[in-house]
Design a protein around this ligand. Structure first.
Ligand SMILES: *[C@@H]1O[C@H](CO)[C@@H](O)[C@H](O)[C@H]1NC(C)=O
Ligand SMILES: *[C@@H]1O[C@H](CO)[C@@H](O)[C@H](O)[C@H]1NC(C)=O
Ligand SMILES: *[C@@H]1O[C@H](CO)[C@@H](O)[C@H](O)[C@H]1NC(C)=O
Ligand SMILES: *[C@@H]1O[C@H](CO)[C@@H](O)[C@H](O)[C@H]1NC(C)=O
Ligand SMILES: *[C@@H]1O[C@H](CO)[C@@H](O)[C@H](O)[C@H]1NC(C)=O
Ligand SMILES: *[C@@H]1O[C@H](CO)[C@@H](O)[C@H](O)[C@H]1NC(C)=O
Ligand SMILES: *[C@@H]1O[C@H](CO)[C@@H](O)[C@H](O)[C@H]1NC(C)=O
Ligand SMILES: *[C@@H]1O[C@H](CO)[C@@H](O)[C@H](O)[C@H]1NC(C)=O
Ligand SMILES: *[C@@H]1O[C@H](CO)[C@@H](O)[C@H](O)[C@H]1NC(C)=O
Ligand SMILES: *[C@@H]1O[C@H](CO)[C@@H](O)[C@H](O)[C@H]1NC(C)=O
Length: 355
């Protein structure tokens, strides 16, 4: 079963690389595997099947690292904040309401690790495991995971899953497969990358509020409670209301002056941490969502077979974490401000297992 697929095409100029036939690619001294294709260079580590760096060219042809992360690859597993940086959470991403679901007449209880709910399957989630590298070339890598039954509390039956990342001219593609050979079990996956299309190089503003988002078929949103748990209601998005990225391309901060923006993603959280539903009759080969920045001139186009997307505008950034040495401007400090990034997570409907 193909559970999730996404293709991110990033506009950039590029020159062809010479081809060659040499030994199997090895990780560098930091443990990173590097994939290259014209206009794009992506680096990955087996911890959580994580993307550490994604380099594309900006409007001036300068290579730009447009995702968050750490220089120090040893820090990903020990970071107490652990924002699921560019990783694959699983086996059931996002929230399970009240840590409870019923499948085939049996009610299961999962770990309540996010207030009254389960988040990313609890404290033995896939984004904290070192995945196996089962195939690697200079333009693709496959990470695999064997997830034993009940290793995340209340999720029964083994699951074997893999993610294959590959690059081709200006494109990063993501294909996830998962099988549950023993019994039916909840499986929902996503790729959880945080983007900053200016790579913190805008000398006057490091937030994403001036990035522009457009998702022309995302005319509905999953209504959520103060714990960011969907209530089951899927509401139409009114033109020019806070979630409106369908009627026209809007800057992410376009609604920041509106009443409701302040707690829009749960109590104390401003901006976005919710799910938009695409028109499920759309052509899935069409671009579903575009994120762009006039400052860098970089535009990312998302194509996905999934029916929804979670947008998370990084309310949690506390101004104390540094961005990478590949980012920013020489001579300035390196701190990521609140609202300094946006996670774009193509996935199925959050807590769909209960709705
Ligand atoms: C992969 O890339 C490395 C580094 O550029 C090169 O040495 C090697 O020959 C390439 N291998 C293949 C199969 O193209
Ligand atoms: C990288 O992170 C690890 C784990 O926190 C730490 O032990 C190590 O000192 C760090 N290395 C550098 C160069 O900061
Ligand atoms: C919430 O889960 C608990 C068990 O963790 C269960 O006893 C309770 O009935 C559930 N409440 C609802 C509203 O489903
Ligand atoms: C995922 O698992 C780790 C390791 O057990 C845990 O520290 C973390 O809190 C879990 N993530 C979430 C979102 O609960
Ligand atoms: C490894 O990946 C390459 C490139 O995607 C593919 O052609 C090949 O079939 C894969 N090999 C295996 C064993 O999956
Ligand atoms: C990696 O492969 C080994 C050998 O097959 C297996 O024991 C281990 O569980 C795998 N690791 C993960 C994270 O699935
Ligand atoms: C699942 O694991 C928990 C401990 O994490 C245990 O209490 C429970 O009995 C296990 N369930 C089954 C069906 O094995
Ligand atoms: C960045 O731009 C946003 C949107 O205009 C604004 O709200 C914020 O105050 C700016 N931040 C800085 C540091 O100028
Ligand atoms: C939502 O919009 C659709 C299509 O425009 C319409 O058919 C439906 O009645 C609307 N639903 C609500 C609750 O307004
Ligand atoms: C940045 O966004 C703010 C609203 O958040 C808007 O007022 C301002 O004009 C935008 N700046 C640019 C350069 O687009």
């Amino acid at each position: 079963m193909k559970t999730s697929g996404a293709l991110l095409a990033i506009a950039a100029s590029a020159a062809a690389l010479p081809g060659s036939h040499k030994p199997k690619p090895q990780p560098d001294a930091d443990g990173k595997f590097t994939l290259t294709a014209p206009g794009i260079r992506a680096q990955f580590i087996p911890y959580a099947a994580t993307l550490t760096n994604l380099f594309v060219k900006d409007k001036n042809g300068v290579e730009t690292d447009i995702v968050l992360g750490y220089d120090n690859t040893s820090y990903y597993p020990v970071d107490p904040g652990h924002p699921v940086y560019n990783a694959i959470p699983g086996r059931y991403v996002n929230r399970i309401g009240n840590g409870t679901y019923t499948l085939d007449g049996v009610t299961y209880h999962t770990e309540k690790n996010d207030g009254p709910n389960t988040l990313h399957s609890g404290t033995n989630n896939w984004s904290y495991r070192v995945w196996n590298v089962t195939n690697v070339t200079n333009s693709s890598i496959t990470f695999s995971i064997h997830d034993p039954s009940n290793s995340s509390l209340g999720m029964m039956g083994d699951v074997d899953a893999s993610v294959t990342y590959s690059v081709s001219k200006n494109k990063w593609s993501i294909v996830m497969d998962a099988i549950s050979p023993q019994q039916r079990t909840p499986v929902m996956l996503t790729q959880h990358t945080y983007f900053q299309l200016d790579a913190f190089k805008n000398p006057t503003n490091r937030t994403v509020w001036n990035h522009t988002l457009y998702a022309p078929t995302a005319k509905r949103a999953l209504v959520a409670d103060q714990n960011a748990l969907p209530t089951g209601e899927i509401a139409n998005i009114t033109k020019n209301s806070i979630d409106d990225f369908w009627s026209a391309p809007h800057q992410l901060g376009f609604a920041s002056g509106e009443v409701g923006f302040e707690n829009h993603c749960g109590s104390g959280c401003h901006g976005y941490n919710g799910a938009l539903a695409f028109n499920n009759k759309r052509n899935k080969k069409d671009v579903a969502l575009t994120l762009s920045s006039a400052f860098s001139g970089i535009k990312a186009e998302l194509t996905t077979d999934q029916d929804a997307v979670v947008l998370y505008t990084c309310n949690w950034n506390d101004g104390k974490s540094e961005f990478k040495s590949t980012q920013g401007v020489a001579g300035q400090d390196k701190f990521i401000p609140r609202d300094g990034c946006i996670a774009i997570e193509a996935q199925d409907y959050v807590d769909g297992i209960n709705q």
